[in-house]
Design a protein around this ligand. Sequence first.
Ligand code: ADP
Ligand code: 5GP
Length: 188
Amino acid sequence: MVLLVLSGPSGAGKSTLLKKLFAEFPDKFGFSVSHTTRGPRGGEADGKDYHFTTAQNFADLVASNSFLEHATYAGNSYGTSLKAVEDVEKAGRHCILDIEMEGVKQVKASGRAAKFIFVRPPSLEILEERLRGRGSDKEEAIQKRLNQAKNELDYAAGGVHDITIINDDIEKAYGELKKYILEVIGEQ
Ligand code: ADP
Ligand code: 5GP
């Protein structure tokens, strides 16, 4: 099984791309459902998009070494539990993580073999439009995401990812993502 790690600024289009991938290949890939202390957005389901949890429960999971990686992002905690990855792999699927850059660094440091995919927006202006257009975050959360976007882009500029996909046209970006992923899992 190949571990696939998708990252990129919030609003770059990671969830949109992954939805398309899971819709086209429901049996091949599985999403690693992260824990977060952030509240659910409209339309997000507990146990599917995230395991929504309390700061106390999150701290307990950190203390019991239950996470492959975890980080603070825009004032909330996020983490990939070892179990989340295991559950997907036990089901015979390639596991896909959608995580921010501190988590990417930790997965790299863990020594696990993985492929790192960076999704970038065509520009910061377009990223801002998309974050606003998504209509799911308050102004403060949007500002935090835009500030963090610059850090994500700087980190990616160091050439630490296996592939960068520019999400301008969604169909084109999805085509590139699909081609790369099918290649690395040995199906193309
Ligand atoms: P992320 O998961 O990276 O935070 P989303 O997938 O939620 O980002 O995308 C952010 C917003 O941008 C959503 O409203 C989505 O519909 C929109 N979006 C994603 N890709 C494109 C694209 N190529 N062109 C226009 N809008 C897009
Ligand atoms: P959002 O709140 O917009 O869903 O996610 C904010 C950021 O947290 C995104 O960059 C997303 O990739 C990242 N994220 C989601 N889950 C995890 C996780 O388990 N670990 C880490 N490190 N980042 C995560």
